[in-house]
Design a protein around this ligand. Structure first.
Ligand SMILES: Nc1nc2c(ncn2[C@@H]2O[C@H](COP(=O)(O)OP(=O)(O)OP(=O)(O)O)[C@@H](O)[C@H]2O)c(=O)[nH]1
Length: 493
């Protein structure tokens, strides 16, 4: 026995118990989270880049299959069909909400819930679960493939309140007129055709015209097919498939067709050929239909009354904080702002939204800096506030003079979209507290004409009240139409 103990390791004899590690060694991350963070095991919290453009593939849920079941009783030896229809597949729905900023929470592929199958006793299958995706306010939908999304709830009476949006959803008036005329002259037979078409569409059957236009439609993106601009507004982007017919409904359907004479009792009398044909038809109507599919490009265009445009470090975020209760990130380095920030400016009888756009630099249209992608967020602003840094380039420091900043900003706006700078504007001359800024302001007023200039110290909130009044005048529409910043009105040399 002693000999065996000496040869076989002690742990295999059952008496050995492996010593446990102390708890702080078993789970170092929990007990020493600071330590592990220092070692780089836990990634530091980082602000992720905004996702304001997103490609989404959506598919409605499959319809459930219809059930084939026969209910027999003593009185009815042959039985009666009692199979219920399949349920309808779930839809994929986009819902607009203030709760999300961008599309970073979305998955690229989304499918509606599958419906339940029909069961005996003529019970219909459960409806598939709808998938609701939350998107931010100001989402514009472009259609790459599939059906145009349909509005379901809270449809806004106007496209966007309270002004007409420049460059978005502008429809060709001629086509509108044509469509009106077309509607007026539509005869009753045409209406019947349309009803038939919608029925075919509901049943998921392809139309003849679909086949003809297929080639043309490939690779064509239909822009601005829908947009979500109000809290709670919803659109269905992919519809669930219809459920298949159970044998109760299917028998009725088949009785009405060319198999009128073939009932369950007459099965034995039918020819084998008819049987096969009928079975095919029965099984095709029994299966649930697939849901519709769509490939969409979602694009976020924030909606604000005023857009703050300026070079990095000009003090836009500080100014937004001074104008509103928003608390954007402020830093003494360039590109602190990585996503547009929105703030509400309140007056006694009025309120407006201000958007702080990430800083622009010369060449942003060639993707320098953060590029000019964020400029799409000011496509929908009514008023532009150019924020310039009066202290930039003073005392031999690096930086552009305020008038050079303005020239570059207007040029970048125009590079992004022609005519983007052509809207009511004012200039915010920020950092007036800095040494030499007063002289700079005088020079700025001499060199730039056509728009009002508001000297401001955003940090100390000086001049902010006057700026608020100036913004209100422009947003209200009381501003003179000539108050636009034009390149020819900026003297740089
Ligand atoms: N002296 C002075 N400094 C200011 C004033 N306004 C802003 N600053 C400073 O300027 C720096 C940049 O301010 P931000 O508000 O982050 O500038 P921004 O334009 O949002 O910068 P980006 O995020 O890069 O686009 C910060 O250090 C602010 O404290 C001002 O009126 N006077």
């Amino acid at each position: 026995m002693w000999l065996i103990r000496a040869i076989v390791p002690v742990r295999y004899l059952g008496s050995y118990k492996r010593p446990q590690k102390p708890p702080w060694m078993r789970n170092p991350v929990v007990f020493y989270s600071d330590f592990s963070e220092k070692k780089g095991k836990v990634a530091p919290l980082q602000e992720t880049r905004m996702r304001d453009r997103f490609t989404l593939y959506a598919r409605g849920g499959e319809g459930g299959s219809g059930c084939s079941s026969v209910r027999r009783s003593r009185a009815d030896r042959y039985g009666k069909p009692d199979g219920g229809n399949g349920g309808r597949g779930g839809d994929v729905i986009l819902e607009c909400t203030h709760a999300v900023w961008d599309f970073s929470g979305l998955q690229p592929h989304i499918k509606g819930g599958k419906a339940g199958h029909g069961t005996s006793k003529n019970r219909i299958g459960n409806r598939g679960e709808d998938k609701v995706l939350l998107v931010p306010i100001g989402t514009v939908i472009h259609l790459q493939e599939g059906e145009i999304p349909s509005q379901v709830e809270n449809e806004s009476p106007k496209d966007l309140d309270p002004w007409d949006l420049p460059g978005s959803l502008v429809e060709d008036p001629a086509s509108e007129e044509n469509s009106d005329v077309h509607q007026e002259t539509m005869s009753e037979s045409d209406q019947d055709d349309t009803e038939q078409e919608s029925l075919t569409r509901q049943l998921g059957m392809p139309k003849e015209a679909d086949f003809e236009d297929d080639d043309e439609e490939i690779d064509q993106i239909r822009y601005n097919v829908a947009e979500l601009t109000q809290q709670g507004q919803r659109v269905i982007i992919a519809r669930g498939g219809e459920g298949g017919l159970g044998n109760v409904s299917a028998t009725r359907y088949v009785r009405g067709s060319k198999f009128a004479k073939s009932t369950i009792r007459q099965t034995n009398l039918r020819s084998m050929e008819d049987d096969a044909e009928e079975d095919d038809e029965r099984s095709s109507i029994k299966a649930g239909l697939l849901g519709s599919e769509a490939v969409l490009i979602l694009e976020l265009k924030s909606i604000a009354d005023v857009g703050l445009v300026g070079m990095p470090n000009a003090g836009k975020s500080t100014l937004l904080g001074a104008l509103s209760r928003a608390k954007p990130r402020v830093g003494h380095y360039a590109f602190t702002t990585l996503r547009p920030n929105l703030g509400n400016v309140n007056y006694d009888d009025f309120s407006m939204t201000v958007a702080d756009i990430p800083g622009l630099i010369k060449g942003a249209h060639q993707n320098r800096g953060l590029g000019h992608n964020f400029l799409r967020h000011i496509e929908r602003t009514k008023v532009l506030a150019y924020v310039v840094d009066l202290a930039s380039g003073l005392d031999g420091c690096e930086g552009l003079t305020p008038w050079q900043q303005l020239r570059d900003l207007v040029m970048e706006l125009e590079f992004h979209e022609e005519g983007l700078s052509d809207r009511s504007s004012l200039i915010v001359a920020n950092k007036i507290d800095e040494e030499g800024a007063e002289e700079r302001l005088k020079e700025l007023k001499r060199r730039v004409k056509g728009v009002k200039i508001f000297p401001v110290c955003a940090v100390l909130e000086e001049g902010v009240a006057e700026l608020k009044d100036g913004l209100k005048m422009l947003v209200d529409g009381n501003g003179e139409p000539s108050e636009r910043l034009k390149l020819e009105n900026i003297c740089v040399d």
